[in-house]
Design a protein. Structure first.
Length: 277
């Protein structure tokens, strides 16, 4: 009989945020798979948890994923933890969770701290509908292309960002999304937690005057205007628009060019959406 994979949320800063259930499971499993064992051992030592620990991260997930699945299939119970928050959110844990489900292994998710939702609730922006984007691409051109895709997203948007890219990301947001309201959250739940609620321009001015430190969650206001229609196919998504043009006898190549030109999109973005047409 297969073991169970327990997906355990761990504190994003304040250790008091861990749940009783997570502590019990960490004490009972046969093995703990951690994103960074050096980081996680501090957490385990604090709560006097002594269990075998193995690394599972972005750079070894292909090989280590198979190792963990074999352990689970042999009957061992494994707890999956990340450096902070819920595994699987902008995190390699997503892959081993999928593999476990594909192998009919029971996956038990233990609710716990999540930086994205913590920041969203405290942002003062709309929480009824939101889009989670995680980290934008490191490459400048691809990052701007991603923001262009989100230009007319009406839901509140959640981003993660590192300190050395924050300023460039804010400048790109101002240029592409406009000067919207934004909540910038730094070091959530930690001693030096900081939440800045301003517009994007105001935040750029703040961070131009200081050193940028810590990990950030950005909560950005959704698009509030009306999208100006430029053609009769504005109600169609990119894939549907290409398909409609092809129905009229236009080649796939030319249809993609037309959609990219009219909607100011990168060719590779549209191409990926219509591979099977």
């Amino acid at each position: 009989m297969s073991g169970k994979l327990y997906v355990c949320g761990t504190p994003i800063g304040n250790l008091e945020d861990i749940t009783y259930r997570t502590l019990r499971v960490l004490n009972e499993v046969d093995l703990i798979a951690a994103e960074d064992t050096r980081h996680s051992i501090k957490l385990l030592n604090h709560f006097e948890i002594s269990k075998p620990l193995t690394s599972y991260h972005e750079y070894n997930k292909d090989n280590k994923g198979g190792y963990l699945i074999n352990k689970l299939l042999s009957g061992e119970n494994i707890a999956l933890i990340s450096d902070a928050g819920m595994p699987g959110i902008s995190d390699p844990g997503e892959e081993v969770i999928k593999q476990a489900i594909e192998n009919d292994i029971e996956v038990v998710v233990l609710p716990g701290p999540t930086a994205s939702i913590t920041a969203l609730i405290g942002s003062g922006l709309e929480t009824g509908k939101f889009a989670f984007e995680g980290f934008l691409d490191r490459d400048k051109k691809r990052r701007r292309a991603q923001l262009e895709e989100l230009q007319y997203e009406k839901r509140t948007i959640i981003f993660y960002e590192s300190p050395h890219r924050l300023k460039d990301t804010l400048k790109d947001m101002l240029k592409i999304l406009g000067n919207r309201s934004i909540s910038i959250n730094r070091e959530l739940t930690k001693k030096y937690q900081e939440i800045i609620r301003k517009d994007i321009q105001g935040c750029i001015e703040i961070f131009n005057e200081r050193e940028v430190k810590g990990e950030f969650v950005l909560i950005v206001e959704g698009f509030k205007g009306e999208v100006e229609k430029v053609c009769e196919y504005d109600d169609l998504n990119d894939r549907e628009y290409v398909a409609k043009l092809m129905e009229k006898g236009i080649s796939k190549k030319d249809a993609i060019k037309t959609v990219c030109k009219e909607r100011k999109l990168k060719k590779d973005i549209v191409y990926k959406q219509v591979l099977d047409l």
